[in-house]
Design a protein around this ligand. Sequence first.
Ligand code: FES
Length: 221
Amino acid sequence: MPDTYKGKQDDRRYEGEAVDITYNLKRCIHAKLCVNRLSEVFDVDKRPWIDANGADGDRVAEVIDMCPSGALHYDRKDGGAEESTPTANRIIVQKDGYLQFIGDLDIRGAAVEIESETRATLCRCGESNNKPFCDNTHKKVDFKTEDLKIVKVDEFAKADGKLVITSNKNGPLEVSGNFQIEDEDGNIIFTGSQTWLCRCGSSSKKPFCDGTHNRNGFTAD
Ligand code: FES
């Protein structure tokens, strides 16, 4: 990864006639939606494993739009619709796992500076080797979390506009902009416009930071 990762322009590009596909292995959490839904394009038993000519542009776009990590993106060459920006900023807290972001995202920090992203999966166990992104280390370290409870929900709260996520050095993810936080079943537990989310893995108020990172020696750029 470059010193400061800037998103899909730094990713490997697979060129096709109707669509180009970009892929970043280090951002991939191997959700397998691509290989399970469109094996004509995504086949890990082939080299290269992506054939951008394996399906038409609309089908490629439909499947890549489901990729939770943002490891996959596309650029249309056939005049079809480019990736759209979701109208609501959603943070989905995966039990025993990562923070999934969907929305109009800027992701900032020492190691990353992405101005426009629609999808990302960020580490909250504190152990990823690719912070701020999840690299599935939470499975190896057997990261466990409690079920989420409703904290503060305003049914009239907005979740639109730009959402800026900043990795604070040795500390939490700072989130600024309108958003809603959900559990993995879609239940909204928090609405707001600013918060700090734990990424050291040790907060007693997960997914929120409670300052424990100041005492447990957590280090991250
Ligand atoms: S980042 Fe985990 S408690 Fe602050």
